[in-house]
Design a protein around this ligand. Structure first.
Ligand code: G
Ligand code: G
Ligand code: MN
Length: 538
C-alpha cells in the first residue's frame, strides 16, 4: 500500500516536471532575442535530466523492497518537482506582466491621455514612414493641421473640464471623416494633425470639406450646446516640404490663413508665407510691444442718442509693428490671453486711459472711458489693487472708468470672477456686457450680475432696418435691459435710418461708424472740439 502511494507520488512528480517544460519553452521563445534564452534552454535540459533520473528511480523502486531512504527520497523529489513547476509558472506570469506593462508604457508614450489619439511622437514616426513610402512609390501625400475655432473661449469660460469633454466628443467625428489609412493625432490643446498617405490635393480637399461639414453639428457638453467650427490648413509632399517638420509648419501657415479669413480650409502656397504672420511671430513680438511703445489706443465715442452728446468713449487697442505691420486685436488678444501677457496689456490700457483722462481734465469734461477686459483679466487676483494704484497715481475717481466684458467671460462656473466684478462695481467702476446676444450665456446671468449697461452686438443692429427679426431682437434687448434698470448701448450704427429707429425704440446710447470711427487721441480731441464738446481753452 505504502509502495503504491510512493509510486503515485513519483508519477505525479514526473507529470509535473513534464508540465513545467511547456512554460520553459514559452519563456525561451519569448526571450529569444534578449540574451537570457541560453539560460532558459539550460534550465530545460536540466529538467529533462531530472525527469530521466526520476524515471530511473521509479524503475529501481518497482524492482526492490521499499526502504525508509526511498520514502525520504520520494518526498524530496516530489517537493523538487513542485518547486520547479511553481518557479517556471510564476516566471512565465511575471514575464507576461512585464511585457504587457512595456506595451502599455509604449502606448502611453505615443498616445495622448485625454483623447487616446496618437501624439506628436507617433505622428512624426508615422509621417516619416509615410514620406519614405511616398518617395519610394512616387505617390502623393498630404498633411492637415486643424484647430477648433472657439475652443479657447469654451475653456476659459466654461472651465477646463468642459473643454476636455468637448475634445473627447470631437475625436469620433474626426476619425469618422477620414479614410482607413489616414491617421489623426492630437498635438496639444485644440490642435490636431492628420496624415493622408497617397492623397492627391483633391482628395485632401474632399476630406477637409467632410471634416468641416461633420463639425457643423452642435456638441452637447453638460447643459451647453456648443457650435464650434474648425480651421484646416493643408500642405503637400513633396511640393511644400520634404520632411514632417516642414510639412506641418506649412500646414500651420495655411491653417492660420484659413482661420483669419474664416475660410474653413486653406491649401498652403508660397504667397501665404509672405503675408501671413505665424502665431509664433506675433507671440515673440507682442512681448516687446509694450516696452517698445508699439501699442496705441483708439477712442470711439458713445453718444446719448436723445441729446446727441458724447457720454463715453470705448478704447480699442491698436498694435503697429515694423515687421508685422498693423496687427488686429482679433489676432493678438487671443495670443496675449493664451500666453498670460493679457494682464500686462490690460494694465497698460488702464494706465494709458487714466493718463488721457487726466490730460482731458482741462476740457472740463467728465467723460467716462470704457475698457474691454477679457475673461483672463477678471480671474487675476491683483486686478483690483492694480487698478486702484493707477487711479491713485492720476488722482482720478473710479467712476471715470467703465469695463466691458463679453457675456461668455462672466459665466465661469466658479463664483470668483463674479465676486471680482462685484468688487469692481463696489469700487465705483461701472460694468457693461459687451456683444450681448452672441455668447452662450443665459438670461439668468443678467439677473445675477449687477451690471449697469448692456451693449447690443452690432450683428443685430447692422441689419435691423431690413431684417425684421433683427429688429425684434434689438427691441427685446432694450426692453429687458430697461426692465432690469440697465442702460442700453447699440453697437455698430452705420446709417441715419438705424440711428433714427434706435431713438424710436428708446435705446439710450449708441456708437458706430456713422457717428464716429475709433480714432487716435489727437483726432478724437479735434472731433470733440468741432462738436463743441471739448472746450478749447489752450
Ligand atoms: O477695433 P476692433 O477691430 O479693433 O476690435 C476687435 C476686437 O478686439 C473687439 O472685440 C474688441 O473688443 C477687442 N479689443 C480691442 N482692444 C482690446 C483690449 O484692449 N483688450 C481686450 N481684451 N480686447 C480688445
Ligand atoms: O467686441 P467689441 O464690441 O468691443 O468690438 C468693437 C469693434 O467694433 C471694434 O473692432 C470696432 O472697430 C468695431 N466697430 C465700431 N463701430 C462699428 C460699426 O459701425 N460697424 C462695424 N462693422 N464695426 C464697428
Ligand atoms: Mn467692446
Amino acid at each position: 500500500m505504502l509502495k503504491i502511494t510512493m509510486i503515485s507520488i513519483i508519477v505525479i512528480g514526473i507529470i509535473l516536471l513534464i508540465a513545467s517544460l511547456k512554460p520553459i519553452r514559452t519563456i525561451y521563445k519569448e526571450q529569444n532575442s534578449s540574451g537570457h534564452d541560453i539560460a532558459w534552454k539550460g534550465l530545460g535540459v536540466l529538467v529533462i535530466l531530472f525527469i530521466l533520473g526520476y524515471i530511473l528511480f521509479l524503475l529501481t523502486l518497482l524492482d526492490s523492497e521499499l526502504s525508509t531512504i526511498d520514502i525520504v527520497v520520494s518526498f524530496i523529489l516530489f517537493s523538487g518537482s513542485c518547486f520547479v513547476v511553481a518557479v517556471t509558472r510564476l516566471s512565465l506570469i511575471s514575464i507576461k506582466e512585464i511585457k504587457k506593462m512595456g506595451l502599455l508604457e509604449r502606448h502611453h508614450a505615443l498616445h495622448d491621455a485625454l483623447t487616446n489619439l496618437p501624439n506628436r511622437v507617433l505622428l512624426d514616426e508615422t509621417m516619416s514612414n509615410a514620406i519614405s513610402s511616398a518617395k519610394r512609390k512616387n505617390t502623393p501625400l498630404a498633411v492637415m493641421l486643424m484647430d477648433l475655432n472657439n475652443f479657447k473661449e469654451v475653456n476659459d469660460t466654461l472651465g477646463h473640464h468642459c473643454g476636455d469633454r468637448l475634445l473627447q466628443l470631437i475625436v469620433p467625428v474626426l476619425t469618422k471623416s477620414i479614410r482607413e489609412n489616414d491617421m489623426v493625432a492630437r498635438l496639444g490643446g485644440d490642435e490636431f494633425a492628420v496624415t493622408l498617405p497617397e492623397a492627391s490635393l483633391s482628395d485632401a480637399k474632399d476630406i477637409a470639406a467632410r471634416i468641416i461639414k461633420a463639425m457643423e453639428q452642435p456638441f452637447q457638453v453638460e447643459q451647453y450646446k456648443l457650435n464650434l467650427g474648425i480651421s484646416i490648413g493643408i500642405s503637400q509632399y513633396p511640393e511644400d516640404g520634404l520632411d514632417s517638420d516642414v510639412l506641418l509648419q506649412k500646414a500651420d501657415v495655411a491653417m492660420y490663413v484659413a482661420k483669419r479669413n474664416s475660410l474653413g480650409f486653406s491649401v498652403y502656397d508660397l504667397s501665404q508665407d509672405k503675408n501671413s504672420l505665424s502665431r509664433l511671430a506675433v507671440h515673440g513680438r507682442l512681448r516687446d510691444a509694450i516696452t517698445n511703445n508699439e501699442l496705441s489706443l483708439h477712442y470711439q465715442p458713445i453718444i446719448n442718442l436723445s441729446t446727441g452728446k458724447v457720454h463715453a468713449f470705448e478704447v480699442l487697442t491698436r498694435w503697429y509693428n515694423e515687421e508685422l505691420g498693423q496687427v488686429s486685436p482679433d489676432e493678438f488678444i487671443p495670443i496675449a490671453e493664451q500666453s498670460g501677457m493679457i494682464k500686462q496689456l490690460s494694465l497698460w490700457v488702464v494706465d494709458t486711459v487714466c493718463l488721457q483722462l487726466k490730460r482731458w481734465q482741462k476740457y472740463n469734461q467728465d467723460v467716462v472711458i470704457s475698457i474691454n477686459f477679457s475673461a483672463k483679466d477678471i480671474q487675476d487676483d491683483h486686478l483690483i489693487s492694480n487698478i486702484q494704484t493707477i487711479l491713485l497715481k492720476y488722482e482720478l475717481p473710479p467712476s471715470r472708468l467703465s469695463i466691458e466684458i463679453t457675456e461668455n467671460s462672466m459665466m465661469l462656473e466658479s463664483d470668483h470672477p463674479q465676486q471680482m466684478l462685484a468688487e469692481l462695481n463696489a469700487l465705483g467702476i461701472s460694468l457693461s456686457i459687451d456683444d450681448f446676444g452672441t455668447g452662450f450665456s443665459s438670461l439668468a446671468y443678467l439677473k445675477k450680475l449687477k451690471t449697469q449697461s448692456i451693449k447690443i452686438d452690432r450683428s443685430f443692429v447692422k441689419d435691423m432696418i431690413t431684417d425684421d427679426s433683427d429688429e425684434v431682437i434689438v427691441r427685446s434687448i432694450i426692453d429687458i435691459a430697461h426692465n432690469l434698470g440697465q442702460t442700453v448701448v447699440a453697437e455698430g450704427i452705420e446709417n441715419q435710418a438705424c440711428l433714427d429707429r434706435l431713438k424710436e425704440l428708446k435705446c439710450g446710447y449708441g456708437q458706430g461708424y456713422f457717428i464716429c470711427q475709433p480714432l487716435p487721441h489727437n483726432e478724437i480731441v479735434s472731433w470733440m472740439q468741432e462738436r463743441g464738446e471739448f472746450e478749447c481753452d489752450e
